[in-house]
Write a protein that binds this ligand. Structure first.
Ligand code: GLU
Length: 309
């Protein structure tokens, strides 16, 4: 049993194979948790069934183990905060939604994505078009599919990111917590889960930095203590865009199939984070003594798939 109160999580979406970018973020999550003598939870974020790919969850778990990362609670051996698949947690999300509804934080909305995009002339960031408040005081087009939005009151929460410092949101709009097709939205699910699983620190990619103020508003509305946040810069492809399949074979499994050793990958990822010099192999455990979160490299790195020879 872990001695410290630190609780972290690895929260993969089973929508494809584990690739370099996510492995790098998970490596930091693992180092933070193990460095703190804490507990690490594996939570499978299979919330959106059409995006789930058969076999992806098993392959992600296999790749993590092959790289040398372990966890303490998760789908295969349970734990006190299960179930650990989001698809099996809808009752938890329903309860959170009910509480938010009772406390006046929600409203029904008939706007389609296209209507929101057409009404919003601000440039779209990671969060998509800004919601102009159309249905705040009543559904504008009854009879249309209804989504449920969280009423965001300005100013949006400001927070201290472990890596990026003070973050002030540039968007503060009402966001969807249940989609018009009945699925719970990522924002609600992740906050309900982090709250109920007692997560004390979230380490994830900085593509989610702009979601954090929304999530902090949800923690507050649910009366739950928020975790600390640590947003890791993304790995970019040679063209400067987020590293993705179109850049080539970046899946951890593809390197393994080529005969690359796990220590080579972990060492190369650690070098991009400034933990060890380039060219050295390492296991995650061997990195623990050199790992210092305060000196992590905070700029995005560019790699090409043949970067690990
Ligand atoms: N499942 C999400 C992803 O793979 C991560 C969500 C989170 O860390 O909050 O992008």
């Amino acid at each position: 049993m872990a001695a410290s109160g630190y609780r972290g999580r690895l929260a993969p979406s089973p929508t494809g194979r584990l690739h370099l970018g996510i492995a790098r973020t998970f490596l930091v999550a693992w180092l933070r948790a193990r460095g703190a003598g804490g507990t690490l939870v594996l939570r499978v974020e299979d919330l959106d069934p059409p995006r789930v790919i058969a076999g992806a969850e098993a392959s992600i778990r296999q790749d993590l183990e092959w790289l040398g990362m372990d966890w303490d609670e998760g789908p295969e051996f349970g734990g006190p905060h299960g179930p650990y698949h989001q698809s099996q947690r809808t009752e938890h999300y329903r309860r959170a939604l009910q509480r938010l509804r009772q406390d006046g934080h929600l409203f029904d909305c008939s706007c389609s994505r296209r209507e929101v995009a057409a009404a919003s002339n601000a440039p779209h960031g990671e969060l998509g078009p800004r919601y102009p408040g159309t249905c705040r005081s009543g559904v504008q087009r009854p009879g249309q599919p209804i989504s449920i939005r969280f009423r965001m009151s300005p100013p949006a929460p400001v927070f201290e990111d472990g890596l990026h410092g003070t973050i002030t949101a540039d968007v503060c709009d009402d966001f969807i917590v249940r989609r018009s097709d009945g699925l719970f939205a990522y924002q609600l699910a992740v906050v309900a889960d982090d709250a109920e699983m007692g997560i004390t620190e979230v380490v994830r990619g900085d593509d989610l930095l702009s979601s954090t103020p929304r999530q902090l508003a949800l923690f507050d509305a649910l009366g739950a203590a928020p975790p600390r946040f640590f947003h890791i810069p993304l790995v970019l492809g040679p063209d400067g865009k987020r590293l993705a399949k179109r850049h080539g074979a970046i899946a951890i499994g593809a390197y393994r199939e080529r005969g690359v050793a796990p220590e080579q990958i972990v060492g190369a990822l650690a070098a991009t984070l400034g933990i060890i010099p380039p060219g050295e192999g390492a296991t995650p455990r061997e990195l623990l003594t050199a790992f210092d979160a305060s000196t992590l490299e905070i700029h995005p790195v560019r790699v090409s798939p043949d970067w690990i020879p």
